[in-house]
Design a binder for this molecule. Structure first.
Ligand code: FES
Ligand code: ZN
Ligand code: ZN
Length: 307
């Protein structure tokens, strides 16, 4: 197959766009698509200070590379979750993130959760009923809290994450199967800043995982290949498998599924959820001052204070 633009050998066939691109034109296309998504949802500007959550994986490192090439000012933050038992997952991903930042002269903050809060994510999970075997929900809570705190403390205009279309379609599938109205009301690629919460944006939300993987590969980006060991057998991975089957049968399925949902969301089909500014004005965590939904400690402080 030939590149649609230059007729050289194509490196990737983007069937849902009816496009084949060579190893020169595909990375260019990725930069253009990312810029288009940033503009489409008015995510952020070049004069703003951005904080990117960097995991050491293909998505976050590819996004950092593209933002850098597009002239955006994004610092990185790597949360060392302490998931190392038998896998060195956190160690390896941290090394990848640091090597990437050093090669390009980019700023990366490393936050070691065990050093700062006395316990790794698996240790925090082990103290809870549900996190005993898989600490994923505690991990999600800690990541959301610490990213937000780092953005607010560091005076950043927005937090960026590198969730891709496959991630978003799988979240959406899960939210729809449970009719989680609270989440369905907020799965937008841009969440504006609100009381105590920084703006959040997902510039890769319309790009397939195979595209971000190909970008990392064609740009010689060294990234951690393995998934978090706790992801094995997770609902999110199962949902991805189901959606891959649908995509195989119907090219562009995930894109239609997610963009159709975004149109419905923008048309007001799903309410905004309970975390409205009015509700968040009511209570502040008695330890950290973060807005919460009830009196006392916020969920993060309850977790790390071992209550
Ligand atoms: Fe958090 Fe796996 S438990 S990344
Ligand atoms: Zn070409
Ligand atoms: Zn708190």
């Amino acid at each position: 197959m030939k590149c649609t633009i230059c007729n050289q050998k194509a490196a990737l066939h983007l069937e849902h766009h009816n496009l084949a691109l060579c190893s020169d034109h595909f990375p260019e296309w990725m930069c253009k698509q990312t810029e288009r998504t940033i503009q489409k949802y008015s995510m952020f500007r070049r004069d703003e200070k951005l904080l990117l959550a960097v995991s050491g994986g293909k998505d976050s490192l590819s996004l950092w590379d593209i933002l850098w090439k597009l002239g955006y000012h994004a610092d990185g933050i790597y949360l060392d979750l302490g998931i190392d038992q038998g896998t060195r997952y956190s160690c390896t991903s941290g090394e990848m993130a640091q090597a990437f930042a050093a090669q390009r002269g980019l700023n990366l903050t490393v936050l070691d959760i065990r050093a700062k809060y006395g316990e790794s994510i698996p240790e925090m999970g082990a103290r809870t009923k549900r996190g005993h075997q898989k600490p994923c929900s505690q991990c999600g809570l800690v990541k959301r809290y610490l990213l937000n705190k780092a953005a607010l403390d560091g005076g950043y205009d927005a937090i960026l994450t590198a969730h891709n279309l496959d991630d978003e379609a799988a979240f959406l599938f899960s939210n729809l199967t449970h009719w989680s109205m609270q989440y369905l009301g907020r799965q937008h690629p841009l969440l504006p800043a609100t009381t105590g919460f920084a703006r959040k944006a997902k510039p890769f939300c319309l790009l397939y995982e195979r595209e971000t993987t190909a970008y990392a590969y064609l740009n010689n980006i060294a990234y951690v290949y393995s998934e978090c060991p706790y992801a094995t057998g997770s609902k999110q991975l199962r949902n991805k498998t189901y959606l891959n089957r649908l995509e195989d049968e119907q090219i562009g399925f995930k894109y239609q599924f997610y963009t159709g949902y975004l149109r419905a969301l923008e048309a007001g089909a799903f309410p905004a959820g309970q975390e409205t500014p009015e509700v968040l004005e009511q209570y502040r965590c008695t330890n950290c001052g973060q807005p919460t939904l009830s009196d006392g400690l916020c969920t993060f402080c309850r977790l790390v204070k071992k209550n």
